[in-house]
Design a protein around this ligand. Structure first.
Ligand code: HEM
Length: 204
């Protein structure tokens, strides 16, 4: 159990939240910088799509990591970092999808639809993205108030499906060396296993 804070927790853009936002923004700034410098390699479009996807996945995993770290190290204030990290993860994945639609497929909706139904890795990526939308839309205080704590927490458990789908998307699209998707898969398994273990312990 997290210890109850002795005083009311701070809200809004406290310095730690601003630092978290700036850190989450760095990969995007780095990508924009490389793009402007013409430094995205021989296939800049592929690099752009892939880098945005991989940062989306990394931030989703970091989002899953925050609760165990906060509980194990008894640092409840870290829980507040989940919201900016989750919103940045959504932003990276949305940019990943946008860059795929705009600069990879040139808004060819027929081809995009064919990709979604015929290529399993795109199907799973798309399902993960669609499931992320309600989470992003309800990541604001007004939505949390409106839904109520229990419904909000239940809705946000969707992340336990979204992140494995993101990893599956990655695993299926990589042709030769599957090491990295397997590493992400292992980390996600441990993070979800930790939650399952706590849930079982509460029940028995
Ligand atoms: C939560 C959702 C998603 C996550 C976490 C995610 C993550 C990733 C990752 C990690 C990669 C591989 C990067 C690398 O090789 O270094 C990738 C590649 C890719 N993703 Fe996603 N993705 C998501 C959704 C989508 C969606 C919705 C689409 C399109 C409909 C999409 C299309 C692609 C494409 C086309 C590639 C590159 C494939 C290639 O170059 O061969 N992704 N994504």
């Amino acid at each position: 159990m997290l210890t109850k804070p002795a005083h009311k927790p701070k809200r809004g853009f406290t310095p730690d939240i601003i630092v978290v936002c700036l850190i989450c923004l760095l990969p995007l700034l780095w990508l924009v910088w490389r793009f402007l410098q013409n430094d995205l390699g021989v296939n800049p479009v592929e690099t752009l799509v892939r880098q945005l996807g991989v940062w989306g996945l990394r931030l989703l995993v970091v989002g899953l990591l925050i609760t165990p770290v906060a509980r194990i190290f008894k640092q409840p204030r870290l829980i507040r970092w989940r919201r900016p990290v989750g919103l940045f993860a959504f932003a990276y994945v949305a940019l990943h999808l946008t860059s795929y639609i705009a600069v990879d497929q040139f808004f060819d909706w027929g081809r995009i639809w064919a990709d979604i139904v015929k290529r399993p890795y795109i199907t799973f990526g798309m399902i993960a993205f669609v499931l992320l939308i309600p989470l992003a839309l309800t990541s604001f205080n007004a939505a949390i108030k409106r839904l109520g704590g229990v419904a909000w927490r239940n809705l946000h458990k969707l992340v336990y499906v979204i992140v494995p789908l993101g990893v599956l998307h990655y695993f299926l699209l990589v042709k030769a060396d599957k090491t990295m998707p397997l590493v992400y898969g292992g980390i996600v398994l441990v993070l979800l296993g930790w939650r399952l273990w706590r849930w079982i312990r509460r029940k028995v």
